[in-house]
Design a protein around this ligand. Structure first.
Ligand SMILES: Cc1cc2nc3c(=O)[nH]c(=O)nc-3n(C[C@H](O)[C@H](O)[C@H](O)COP(=O)(O)OP(=O)(O)OC[C@H]3O[C@@H](n4cnc5c(N)ncnc54)[C@H](O)[C@@H]3O)c2cc1C
Length: 382
């Protein structure tokens, strides 16, 4: 007996929500996406999509669109931010599929187009305020009923409290990040990591002659968590004023930086309740130091849709989904938490770390990829 056609309501048209919309629609579900924003416009900056995320996008038929919308990464290059000299270079060309750099808005737009072409209906300007375990949503445009509700509503999720009411509050990490894009004439297809004591900057190219910049500082002063808080460019420039001119020049051109307080969030204990399941940042926001926020959301979306297609009941599907995802997500988030400290060393520890990186780059250039094999080689489509 075939299953009746499922109605799936997805809360949030971010990267995870739109990937889920595409995957569920491809599996034959009737899909509605509710997004509070009135339009999917150019907000955010760059996103790195690593092989583990790319495999899921390719399995959803997006290989050609990905190639048009992004840039392949040739290498990761750690740089001494004080001198401007590269410490070493890790070649990414042997990866398959190869790591790619996207503007967040381009990835969101291509996912939105593909989801709509597969039959999903995206309702903009609709804010979801509550949901019951029976799948009844309260929205700013009235109630809606669905067989499955997917909470893909990001870091400040409303849906999470209905699955995981006892979640512990997020804690400020003592780190802030500025981000933005600057126009650039020509730059290699590299992620450059400029490391300085208690600070670092990551730069990588995007399409259309842009360079994505994320600058991180350890500091006591709190900053709000969000993607759209403007800051005075002088604040950023003064933090890196003693660094190499090549870096100061880049930062001097970032005229509208956004400041973002970095918080550590506990991973949700319960990712589902009744008809509701969580994915992406709604279940497990991560720090940006391993570039996995979007990748984990894409993986979640793919696995959730497949479990719902394969299992006879929604409950069995959700149990399987959480079982497949939670340990992997916890491991990725812990690895991201550790990474920041490695970039910010000073004194003797810094010299030893640079020596180690140099040796690794010279003797075992594949070790960089090998160390993260558990992350990048994972294939949710297998
Ligand atoms: C505006 C914005 C800019 C970002 N910029 C960057 C960036 O430059 N670099 C980077 O690495 N990461 C960025 N991110 C985060 C990154 O996209 C996510 O960490 C990652 O893609 C996980 O995606 P997600 O789908 O779980 O959540 P998100 O991509 O955050 O998407 C959540 C979506 O849900 C919507 N939403 C929230 N609450 C409701 C509600 N109650 N009802 C209806 N809709 C709701 C939001 O408007 C948003 O569109 C940004 C996120 C946002 C929202």
């Amino acid at each position: 007996m075939t299953k009746p056609r499922q109605t799936v309501a997805i809360v949030g048209a971010g990267i995870g929500g739109l990937t889920a919309a595409l995957a569920f629609a491809r599996n034959g579900a009737e899909v509605f996406v509710f997004e509070q924003a009135n339009e999917l416009k150019e907000v955010g900056a760059g996103l790195q999509v690593t092989p583990n995320g790319l495999r899921a996008l390719q399995a959803l038929g997006l290989t050609n669109e990905i190639a048009k919308a992004s840039i392949p990464a040739d290498a990761v290059v750690p740089i001494d931010a004080m001198t401007g000299n590269p410490v070493t270079r890790f070649d990414l060309k042997p990866q398959s599929p190869r790591y790619r750099f996207f503007h967040r808005a381009s990835l969101q737009a291509l996912l939105g187009r593909a989801a709509q072409a597969a039959g999903a209906k995206i309702k903009l300007g609709v804010r979801v305020t509550a949901v019951s375990p029976e799948g009844l949503l309260q929205t700013s445009k009235g109630p809606q009923k669905a067989d499955i509700v997917v909470g893909a509503d990001g870091i400040h999720s409303v849906i999470r409290q209905f699955c995981d009411p006892d979640a512990v509050a997020a804690k400020f990490t003592g780190q802030v990040a500025w981000r933005g894009v600057v126009p650039i004439d020509d730059t290699p297809g590299e992620a450059q990591i400029w490391m300085a004591p208690k600070r670092h900057v990551v730069t990588y190219p995007l399409r259309d002659g842009l360079l994505n910049v994320v600058a991180v500082q350890e500091r006591e002063t709190w900053a709000a968590e969000g993607w759209n808080h403007a800051d005075d460019p002088q604040n950023l420039q003064s933090v890196f004023a003693d660094c190499a001119p090549a870096l100061s020049d880049i930062l001097a051109r970032l005229d509208k930086p956004k400041l973002w307080g970095l918080f550590r969030h506990p991973v949700a204990e319960n990712w589902h309740k009744g008809a509701i399941a969580l994915l992406g940042d709604a279940a497990h926001p991560t720090l940006p130091f391993l570039a996995q926020g979007a990748n984990l959301a894409i993986e979640d979306a793919y696995v959730l849709a497949r479990c719902c297609d394969e299992k006879a009941t929604i409950r069995d599907a959700f149990v399987k989904y959480q079982g497949l995802r939670r340990d992997r997500v916890v491991r990725a988030i812990e690895a991201a938490n550790t990474n920041a400290k490695n970039y910010h060393l000073s004194g003797f520890k810094r010299q030893v770390a640079f020596m180690g990186l140099k040796t690794l780059g010279a003797m075992a250039p594949n070790a960089f990829l090998g160390r993260l094999g558990w992350l990048y080689d994972h294939d949710v489509t297998a």
